[in-house]
Design a protein around this ligand. Structure first.
Ligand code: FNR
Length: 388
């Protein structure tokens, strides 16, 4: 980097850099949403439409962004959201991101679909982290995974409920990732992309992976279609709230249910034993044409916020968005694409820098709104009320 280069600073800066660095199908996989991407646009737009009330001449000499998130002493109300296959966007990507989260003092969530296994993240960070679970058909496999998560020191289980099957992300068809447009062999694909780094990490070469040893389960683990079909076939579409009660019995730590949008579903999650709910439409990657998650947050907070912690994600691209979510009653936000762009752009260093920027943005916004404590953020500090 020379002094004439622009240093990526914001999530958008990292997004542009990631687009230059990654092969098209991988960048699209991160950025894309389901179908016409109407919800993807709504997730960001509804944050942008919220406006702050500026307040002046108050003593803001003790601004503090620290808070407790399900028992985790966090430096700010932000959690690193689970994102699958992160090891494809940067070498040992989950470890790099988990190290960045540790440096920033924020909880890191490892996806079921991670390239780096639980044990590797634990060994690299020596810090408690959160584990995200998809319900897999084989319940004994789920039990083993939970045991591994416990042994790795995971304190919170993030159980994702909005993926009975993968959504219709049409970019994956257009760019050939699905439907046979790319070479059928993962190894051939690796030779075609500009950077081979991601391919080294895919886990097809006998490397450990949360999904077990794929070689044993797939006739030809190098075959892209077989690999994808195997993964898709593992999700259990018959899962109901009863399974969460089963899960509650298996898991003694904190349980956060990720992916509710409607009040009734949030209530059902709480009744099934959840310690927290995450208002989320999976970053607009599942059902398109649903409302933005930030617009759904106030009703869920009103319904269950006095009993459990309520989180939100989808479209958070700055510290200001985090403050807006706190004003509307969220305990904290999950960051998705923002950190993944930073990882693909500049690895651990990029994620650390971006998280630091968000923290500064939160503290600065609080001071300029006349607020020292996160608990003093409230809906009255927002100018534009969105439908509740
Ligand atoms: C995700 N998300 C996700 N969620 C989950 O529970 N398990 C997973 O493995 C993944 N994988 C995944 C991959 C990619 C590429 C993306 C972009 C997202 C959803 C994620 O946790 C979060 O809900 C959204 O990303 C939040 O929206 P934003 O911040 O990306 O707009």
């Amino acid at each position: 980097m020379s002094i004439y280069d622009v240093i990526p600073v914001t999530a958008e800066d990292h997004r542009r850099r990631a687009r230059r660095r990654l092969p098209r199908f991988l960048f699209d996989y991160i950025e894309g949403g389901a179908n016409d991407e109407l919800t993807l646009a709504a997730n960001s737009r509804d944050f942008q439409q919220l406006q702050f009330r500026q307040r002046v001449m108050r003593d803001v000499s003790t601004v503090d962004t620290a808070c407790e998130l399900l028992g985790f002493q966090s430096s700010a109300p932000m959690v690193i959201a689970p994102v699958g296959m992160t090891g494809m966007y940067a070498r040992r990507g989950e470890v790099q991101a988990a190290r960045a989260a540790k440096a920033a003092g924020l909880p890191f969530t490892l996806s079921t679909m991670s390239i780096c296994p639980l044990e590797e993240v634990q060994a690299a960070t020596q810090t408690p982290f959160w584990f995200q679970l998809y319900m897999i058909r084989d319940r004994e496999f789920v039990q083993r995974l939970l045991q591994r998560a416990k042994a790795a020191g995971c304190t919170t289980l993030v159980f994702t409920v909005d993926l009975p099957l993968p959504g219709m992300r049409l970019r994956d068809f257009r760019n050939g990732m699905l439907g046979g447009g790319l070479p059928g062999k993962l190894s051939q694909l690796a030779q075609l992309v500009s950077s081979p780094l991601w391919a080294l990490d895919v886990g097809i070469k006998g490397k450990p992976h949360n999904f077990g040893n794929l070689k044993e389960k797939i006739a030809d683990p190098d075959d892209l279609d077989l690999y994808k079909a195997f993964i898709d076939s593992q999700f259990d579409p018959s899962c109901t709230w009863d399974d969460i009660r089963w899960l509650r019995d298996q898991w003694q730590g904190k349980l956060l249910v990720k992916g509710v949008q409607e009040v009734d579903d949030a209530r059902a999650a709480v009744d099934a034993g959840a310690d927290a709910v995450l208002v989320s439409n999976h970053g607009a990657r599942q059902l398109d044409s649903v409302a933005s998650s930030i617009s759904k947050l106030p009703a869920v907070v009103a319904a269950v916020g006095s009993e459990v912690e309520v989180y939100v994600d989808g479209g958070v691209r700055s510290g200001l968005d985090v403050v807006k979510a706190r004003c509307l009653g969220a305990t904290g936000v999950f960051l998705g694409r923002a950190w993944v762009y930073a990882l693909a752009s500049r690895g651990q260093q990029g994620v650390e820098q971006l998280l630091g920027l968000f923290q500064k943005e939160i503290a600065t916004a609080m001071a300029l709104m006349g607020v020292n404590q996160l608990d003093d953020l409230n809906p009255e500090l927002l100018e534009t009320a969105i439908s509740r």
